[in-house]
Design a protein around this ligand. Sequence first.
Ligand SMILES: Cc1cc2nc3c(=O)[nH]c(=O)nc-3n(C[C@H](O)[C@H](O)[C@H](O)COP(=O)(O)O)c2cc1C
Length: 224
Amino acid sequence: MQVEEAIRSRKSVRQFSSKPVDGQTVRDILEIAKWAASGGNLQPWKVKVLTGEPLSDLVRNVQGKLAKGQMESPEYNVYPPELKDPYRTRRRVVGQALYDLIGVPREDTPGKFRQLAKNFEFFGAPVGLFFVMDRQMEIGQYVDLGIFVQNIMLMAREKGLHTCPQEAWAQWPKTTAEFLNVPDDEMVFCGMALGYMDEEAIINNLQSERAYLEEFVEFHGFSD
Ligand SMILES: Cc1cc2nc3c(=O)[nH]c(=O)nc-3n(C[C@H](O)[C@H](O)[C@H](O)COP(=O)(O)O)c2cc1C
């Protein structure tokens, strides 16, 4: 698979088939992904990979808490509280497209909540990953983590797998840290669902948009 095909075929999949993914495949993906660049070669990431019983235990734990109406204070603001345009509009557009696709009307708050809660089942994926960072890290190291995460998502495509990166897990900092034995000086930054796409699921037809280059690129010194 060419890099371009891996990039273009990657999308956030929100319903997976139950087909298992073997440990060796996940290892192979991580072995390659770890060659990501990182400032000062810090490689500031740690990864927890769950499947089978541990994954079901965590899902059951969180779903049980959700059913009782329990919540935790998020570890960090996933988005700025006063998100500016064009970012605010982009976020609204993709959210609306998703709910339109699955037939959840604008005013159906419980319906939206039910969809959101599927994050905490890894959208049915057989493998869940968590990315853990030392709390000492700065913005630069979060960029490094992003580069590493993208490598995983692209390598997953090469193996015929799909992913969904999940900052939603930041809503359960205590539960995830306890479950994953993460010490106080580290934090669970985000999760990721990994598995085979459910080809029949309508939600996986979501086509997110991208801005034109003119909206975010300036070229200087080119003659063409
Ligand atoms: C760091 C990160 C965290 C994300 N967290 C979530 C999440 O918690 N739940 C979710 O459904 N999608 C999540 N997404 C997926 C984005 O919504 C998605 O990447 C964006 O809408 C573009 O769509 P695409 O990935 O299909 O190209 C996340 C993406 C990134 C990069």
